[in-house]
Design a protein. Structure first.
Length: 108
């Protein structure tokens, strides 16, 4: 799109790492997903099952050294789905979520 202005306020990092997600804050029912990209304010995930826009979502991922510029860091986040895209390859659904809370986890 010619002349389109970038609206993102934070740099995005393209990652292809697995992530454990939970829907509606129920961490007992984690499911796996794949990260498409992540920024300080949001994340885009590939999910196996639909999720409604506006739904709460929690996820835990490990940020690699190329992003942290130190060592790998596990982060637990809570947020809200702001957009979904259906009809992707292999039946996946892309879900973009805003990160509202996060906590760095201790090394295991």
């Amino acid at each position: 799109m010619v002349g389109a202005q970038e609206k993102r306020a934070a740099r995005r990092f393209a990652l292809e790492v697995p992530v454990a997600i939970n829907r509606n804050g129920h961490s007992r029912h984690d499911e796996s997903a794949q990260v498409r990209d992540v920024s300080a304010r949001g994340i885009c995930l590939y999910l196996n099952a639909p999720i409604e826009q506006g739904s709460p979502i929690g996820f835990t991922l490990t940020l690699p050294p190329e992003i942290t510029l130190t060592e790998s860091i596990r982060v637990q986040c809570k947020g809200r789905v702001v957009r979904t895209e259906h009809g992707l390859e292999a039946g996946k659904i892309a879900a973009a979520a805003v990160i509202e809370e996060y906590e760095f986890l201790p090394e295991s």
